[in-house]
Design a protein around this ligand. Structure first.
Ligand code: NAD
Length: 497
């Protein structure tokens, strides 16, 4: 059985803990490798290596750090096909979708190539008589990222692209379900010229996460995953005095006003609801047609399209989406579909039973479409994270916008309309972090920043963009005076009169 270990000081290294987690091929349902789970002691070794390497990296001028990022970007492009296949084989998303995962991460690397410009501080000449004042952004030291299974390339790159370019050393704790791509990225960073110890991968579970949160030399923790864990990371990290950003789960609503182009809406909902088997934090999981007439017309269009979705092995270029990440997750999604029926919703398309010859043990689910979903239902309140689109009908604009506003999650949302004034009002009043206007998955580009509201994000800095630079640096402000002679002692606080 293939074993996956850790990437430490520029080398693959075993922790010899004797603890492992199975890595599946979700398309076949078979175990394809096992990943070694690290320990607190092993994490401490990785942090020590990172701490030793970091000062020299921070002292490397930003233009040279940017050159490593340029070289890394070229290597990602060179190896795109292999990386995408590796990602697809562990995650289960199609190879085309896996390329999108890598490309979205690569775009953060492109952003990080501009680090010399991004790190320029502020300067005030003549802030007082003979006084100049300037501020600079300095790296934090050793920082860590804890990442989810669903974007094993993009999310580590959201974090380390910016963190490393800023002059930090970065420790990645990937999801134990699909750890190979973050490991491979370490080798590519090294090939790009990154000094050993600046990017480390410590695989593991809660034991390593807790060790990261408790280690005094880890100065900041960036987390993306489910909300319960995000909240835990935020609270515990703060207790240990760390800077923490922790992105959580989602339930993204698409509001469809009566003047929307329903053919466009149908295409978008099919892609955003079922792409990647719905395992995206920006998937549209609830469609909110305004008026019953719109709901009926939308369902008439959606039903045959959902029934026709092509599900199959992730390496098959003709499928729309592949299997879910695990057997347990598949069972969970089925349980939520069952629950929604028990709660009185109407199952328009039932995707619970699919099977393919030769792939009987794969973690597949067909697309499900559920109508008459109401806000009091548990199946509405929760994040299902599968190929399931719920329809929650609304009478008018006000009752439609009330749904995302009252929901515990506030990651993404979309509105479909031809009415600019309604769209503008929606964007202004909706209590969600990322808004699409006639755009189904409004994931901001790398030079903007990614982050939700409410239980979709804990902490105050978004991922990547200038928010990412702010998160991974601290500000120092210097006041300098070069006096000609000795001045008098001053006992009151200096002010500008
Ligand atoms: P998860 O919370 O199970 O795991 C995320 C990370 O936390 C993994 O590295 C895992 O090893 C670790 N972890 C799991 N349980 C832990 C525990 N009890 N204590 C400490 N660490 C623990 O999430 P997942 O299933 O890998 O990813 C799916 C979730 O991530 C969904 O809820 C999805 O919405 C969310 N997500 C959010 C965003 C966003 O930006 N808001 C982006 C992608 C995914």
């Amino acid at each position: 059985m293939r074993e996956i270990h850790h990437f430490i000081d520029g080398q693959l290294k075993a922790a010899s803990t004797g603890r492992f987690h199975n890595v599946y091929d979700p398309s076949t349902g078979k175990v394809q490798a096992r990943v070694e789970l690290g320990s607190a002691d092993f994490l401490a070794e990785a942090v020590a290596g990172a701490k030793k390497a970091q000062p020299a990296w921070a002292a490397t001028n930003p233009q040279k750090r940017a050159r490593v990022m340029f070289a890394f970007k070229a290597l990602l492009e060179r190896d795109m096909e292999d990386l995408a296949r590796l990602l697809s084989s562990e995650h289960g998303k199609t190879v085309a979708d896996a390329k999108g995962d890598i490309q979205r991460g690569l775009e953060v690397i492109e952003f990080a190539c501009g680090i010399p410009h991004l790190l320029k501080g502020e300067f005030t000449e003549g802030a007082g008589p003979g006084i100049d004042m300037y501020s600079m952004r300095q790296p934090l030291g050793v920082v860590a990222g804890i990442t989810p299974f669903n974007f094993p390339a993009m999310i580590p790159m959201w974090m380390f692209g910016v963190a490393i370019a800023c002059g930090n050393a970065f420790i990645c704790k990937p999801s134990e379900k699909d750890p190979s791509v973050p490991m491979r990225l370490g080798e590519l960073l090294q090939e790009a010229g990154l000094p050993d110890g600046i990017y480390q991968v410590v695989n593991g579970d809660k034991a390593v996460v807790d060790a990261i949160l408790e280690h005094p030399d880890v100065k900041a923790v960036s987390f993306v995953g489910s909300s319960a864990v995000a909240e835990y990371i935020y609270a515990k990290g703060a207790t240990y005095g760390k800077r923490v950003q922790a992105m959580g789960g989602a339930k993204n609503h698409a509001i469809i006003l009566p003047d929307a182009d329903l053919d466009q809406v149908t295409n978008d909902l099919i892609g955003a609801g079922y792409g990647s088997a719905g395992e995206r934090c920006m998937a549209i999981s609830v469609a909110v047609p305004v008026t019953d007439k719109v709901a009926d017309a939308l369902i008439e269009r959606l039903k045959p399209r959902v029934e026709a979705l092509k599900v199959g092995p992730s390496l098959d270029p003709d499928v729309d989406y592949g299997p879910l990440i695990s057997h347990e997750h598949r069972k969970n999604v089925i349980r939520w579909i069952d629950k929604s029926v028990e709660e009185g919703a109407k199952l328009v398309v039932d995707g619970r039973k699919v099977s393919f010859q030769g792939y009987e043990s794969g973690f597949y689910l067909g697309g499900s479409l559920i109508d008459q979903v109401k806000p009091h239902m548990d199946s509405y309140k929760t994040e299902i994270f599968g190929p399931v689109l719920q329809i929650a009908r609304a009478e008018d604009f006000e009752s439609a916008i009330a749904l995302p506003n009252a929901h515990q999650y506030g990651n993404g949302t979309a509105i479909y309309t031809r009415n600019g004034r309604a769209a503008r009002e929606f964007a202004s009043r909706v209590e969600v972090g990322m808004v699409g206007i006639n755009v189904p998955i409004p994931v901001p580009l790398a030079y903007h920043s990614f982050g939700g509201w409410k239980r979709s994000a804990f902490g105050d800095a978004n991922q990547h963009g200038t928010e990412g630079v702010r998160f991974f640096t601290k500000v120092k402000t210097v006041t300098a005076r070069w006096p000609e002679g000795a001045g008098a002692a001053e006992f009151v606080i200096p002010t500008m009169k």
